[in-house]
Design a protein around this ligand. Sequence first.
Ligand code: UT7
Length: 337
Amino acid sequence: MNHQAYISAISHWVPEKVLTNADLEKMVDTNDEWIRSRTGIRERRILEDGKASSDMGAEAVKLLLKQRGIGAEEIDAIVVATVTPDMFFPSTANLIQDKIGAKKAFSFDIAAACSGFIYALSVGSQFINTGTCKKVVVVGTDKMSAITNYRDRNTCVLFGDAAGAVLLEPNDGKEGAVVDFMLHSDGSGADYLHMKAGGSLYPATVETVANDWHYIFQDGRTVFKFAVQNMADISVRILEKNGLEGKDIKLFVPHQANLRIIDAAVKRLGIDYDKVAINIDRYGNTTAATIPLAMSESFQAGKLEVGDYVVLATFGAGFTWGSALLKWGIDREKISE
Ligand code: UT7
């Protein structure tokens, strides 16, 4: 019996409120031209106060279940990637499990920052591949606005809020498959991209708050150099490992941190721009959500057919980076919604 995992449904959810470059010009010393030319971002979405990553994740999962035409009680496991959990514990996955009523599912979070979705996809796939589970939901959800310092122009122009989700099931002879993964970590990168306080090293104090240590810190230039090199490498290497070339893939879905980082990977892959999922202009960097969000929008736009090869690639805090090779398995004609 072939238990290989495939993506059987995909969805995303974004908040309505839009924060434009013009809005940011009124908040910090920045301008639309700088943001667009250095990052490719025009606007991003911001979740309302009183709502959290689990709310966005739950909305995305509800859409996922509707698309697949199944109930929440059929889910066996929920794996959530996030750097903005609602709270330290319980996990955001537990909160989503409760919000959607997935009573049978066990649920837990994964911490791999911008690589979180690909890491979570790899973990979720193992539960299917081993035959342990029949239906695993993988979510990437981040309310980056909760940890963004809107007085720091180096970071506040970059991030936004969103969620994306996929359902994994055994392909049982169907064409779709999660074919392969490549995952990497280099913890010496921690100095360059982190949120310093709130953990066990620097628990919240008046000083940590006054020092802005509960916000994202990024040495953008250093992260940029590592990201350009590693995201391009990992995209090419997963193709080589599987005996494929750029021309063989239908869609490249890169993490959306900076259009210039995406450009570098696209050049190394030698693929046409119309094969690249890009939505950074509308959402900015939504961390764990960028890849499922971009892949879901591409699917909705009719860019994916059963049997197409898809490459996912990412680079983020940790440092962490990785790629995944998928064979597309959702038939647009056959989905419920
Ligand atoms: O998703 C996780 C992984 N993260 C990434 O992959 C992000 C990687 N890094 C980047 O995308 C880029 O480094 C940034 C977009 C963060 C910055 O772009 P950059 O071209 O590397 O700019 P820079 O940091 O080298 O700054 C260039 C100049 C500086 O001024 P000086 O020192 O040259 O006078 C900055 O102060 O641009 C200035 N600057 C800004 N100016 C206007 C920085 N932020 C802004 C801003 N508006 N928002």
